[in-house]
Design a protein around this ligand. Structure first.
Ligand code: DGL
Length: 264
């Protein structure tokens, strides 16, 4: 595999761009191709087999584009499909999993919350990792039902979003968590709205920066980091509207990304 080949990334939709931003910030000399499978979002309410099939389709697309590594920028696809992907392809995969461990280590009252999709919270991988890391910590789990479709519509600030968040975040407030783990790559886009509802002492953790660091470490260990000093705009493909990606990335103003529609 060539050093100049791109980093491939995929998500069920627009949310994984929260990870893309971190990867691009840390590795500005890499070519990056991001695939937003928005037509098939949300993955979180699909069966494991459907999530595996879609993840394979996305992987094939990125491999055709020459991806030297694939970042699964979706907790739901990671927790449900990464084992199958690793068993079937030789390309290295970086997954994103809820940051339960750092939250449990930092929590002072040993009560943490996790907001994620049904697919992530019910996955075997999630229960395996959460059991290992958090023997002495109480984890309050909430399925963020309805959040991904709103974010996919770019509907971040509506009354509908705020009312939904007030309802979903209630168990965290009642159980007095001091750390909230965002277990879905879409949710970093609503951190300000979440903060306004939760008490001030609650810290929020997501996994974007950790995923970027891990991507760099794996490329380094395989001698696959790009030698280029010139930056190239990351290319994003979506099978739905490009407008929401433009909005979330503030691309009309910043022009940092190439975003196109592709029928896949
Ligand atoms: N970004 C995906 C995740 O991290 C969203 C899942 C979905 O499409 O429901 O889990």
């Amino acid at each position: 595999m060539q050093k100049d080949n791109p980093i491939g990334m995929f998500d069920s939709g627009v949310g994984g761009t929260s990870i893309l931003k971190e990867v691009y910030k840390l590795l500005p000399n890499e070519k990056i191709i991001y695939l937003a499978d928005s037509k098939n979002a949300p993955y979180g309410s699909r069966s494991q087999q459907e999530i595996i099939d879609l993840s394979i389709k996305n992987t094939e697309f990125l491999l055709e584009k020459g991806a030297k590594i694939i970042v699964v920028a979706c907790n739901t696809a990671t927790t449900n499909a990464i084992k199958v992907l690793r068993a079937n392809y030789t390309v290295p995969f970086i997954g994103i999993e809820p940051a339960i461990k750092p939250a449990a280590l930092k929590s002072t009252n040993n009560i943490i919350g996790i907001l994620a999709t049904k697919g992530t919270l019910s996955s075997e991988l999630f229960s395996e990792t959460s059991k290992v890391f958090v023997q002495n910590t109480k984890i309050i789990e909430v399925v963020g039902e309805g959040l991904v479709p709103l974010i996919e519509n770019g509907d971040l600030h509506s009354q509908k979003m705020i009312s939904l968040l007030e309802k979903l975040l209630k168990p965290f407030i009642e159980n007095q968590i001091d750390y909230l783990v965002l277990g879905c790559s879409h949710y970093p886009y609503i951190i300000p709205q979440i903060k306004r509802i939760l008490p001030d002492n609650v810290s929020i953790i997501d996994s974007g920066e950790a995923v970027a660091k891990q991507t760099k470490a794996v490329l380094e260990s395989k001698n696959l980091l790009s030698d280029h000093s010139l930056t190239e705009k990351p290319t994003l493909y979506t099978n739905k509207d490009i407008e929401v990606l433009e909005l979330l990335l503030d691309n009309k103003n910043l022009q940092k990304y190439r975003i196109s529609y592709l029928d896949f």
